[in-house]
Design a protein around this ligand. Structure first.
Ligand code: DP6
Length: 332
């Protein structure tokens, strides 16, 4: 059963954001979140058990991982080994097609692919919710990349015992009568200034606006679910945009402030407003980086992509759509 396994997963972009944990060790969020898994930028990860090795080997994009990345992958494999009742070390070889650390959620595709491949290599039999819980321990947003199209990640019961809280926090698919485009403006592909992990911790600890944003998450989620179910792109976009701008407002109010948006990001946001004045349904969302993702219909995608290219010269613009969930390619 055990041995070598390879899995592929895609990043996801949250339309109702995850920003803030209630438990760092278990990666339990303070709020529910909802995302669209993309059909671009897959991560492919192979896990091979390595009998006799005294430690894990982690290769990211062809180079040995160091520091924090190496530590996070090893801690994740420790969790898998504990559940499998095995102690064998592994060789992990992971290839991203998205710039790592650029706010394009490579940790989501990375840990979703690692969860699927490592579970198979170590012979753990997990259902999709179980894989989502496992991926969550690597990176919260990875819990959602286990599923394709639209997925909600349940925060779970805040008053539960640690064991029940872990069981209650996983992602699952959300019905949607919508097939939108997401136009991604990669305005700067360098590594981000502060990791989302550190920035969300700092925001929860110091931002007086955080509580208000988190308190509105329930309404945003209910509105988003209803809008997706009826295929209402305008409502989906409006909610996604105010939820994302609200998240960035909580960061700007942190002490000291965390600011991910650059002048180019703001220029793209202005262009999105102009598109709406021209009766194009286009709405922006931004994560822990300067890139802006614009939600629109498939029919408007090229027009929106041209507008974004013009607004942010030199940026790479990619048109994505809803993509597949994480899956095993070989092995297990
Ligand atoms: C802004 O999932 O990267 O993209 O759980 O600490 O690994 P960790 O954080 P991560 O945070 C993602 C934050 C976000 C919003 C989102 O994807 O919901």
């Amino acid at each position: 059963t055990a041995g070598t396994a390879t899995a592929v997963a895609h990043p996801n972009i949250a339309l109702v954001k995850y920003w803030g944990k209630r438990d760092e060790r278990l990666v339990l969020p303070r709020t529910d979140s909802l995302s669209m898994t993309l059909d671009v930028f897959p991560t492919t990860t192979r896990v091979r058990l390595d009998p006799g090795a005294g430690q894990d080997t982690v290769i990211l994009d062809g180079a040995p991982a160091k520091g924090e990345a190496q530590r996070r992958v090893t801690a994740f494999l420790d969790l898998v080994r504990e559940r499998a009742g095995m102690s064998l070390r592994a060789v992990v070889d992971s290839r991203n097609t998205v710039p790592t650390g650029a706010g394009l959620a490579s940790s989501a595709s990375g840990f979703a692919a690692l969860a699927v491949a490592a579970a198979a290599a170590y012979g753990l039999r997990l259902d999709p919710a179980g894989l989502s819980r496992l991926a969550r321990r690597g990176s919260g947003s990875a819990s959602r990349s286990v599923f394709g199209r639209f997925a909600v990640w349940h925060a779970g019961d805040a008053d539960a015992t640690p064991r029940d809280a872990d069981l209650g926090s996983y992602a699952e698919p959300v019905p949607a009568d919508l097939d939108p485009a997401l136009v991604i403006a990669v305005v700067h592909a360098g590594p981000k200034s502060v990791s989302s992990r550190a920035a969300m911790r700092h925001t929860v600890a110091t931002s007086p606006l955080y509580a208000a944003w988190a308190a509105a998450a329930g309404d945003d989620l209910a509105g988003m679910r209803a809008a997706l179910a009826r295929g209402d792109l305008d409502a989906v976009g409006r909610i996604a945009e105010h939820n994302a701008l609200g998240m960035h407002a909580t960061m700007l109010a942190a002490r000291p402030a965390v600011r991910y948006l650059s002048p180019a990001s703001v220029t793209v946001l202005d262009r999105v407003l102009e598109l709406r004045q021209d009766k194009v349904a286009a709405y922006a969302t931004m994560d822990a980086g300067p890139n802006v993702k614009v939600l629109c219909s498939r029919a408007d995608a090229e027009r929106v992509a041209d507008a974004v290219r013009e607004a942010a010269p030199g940026s790479r613009v990619v048109v994505a759509g809803p993509g597949p969930g994480a899956r095993l390619l070989h092995g297990g």
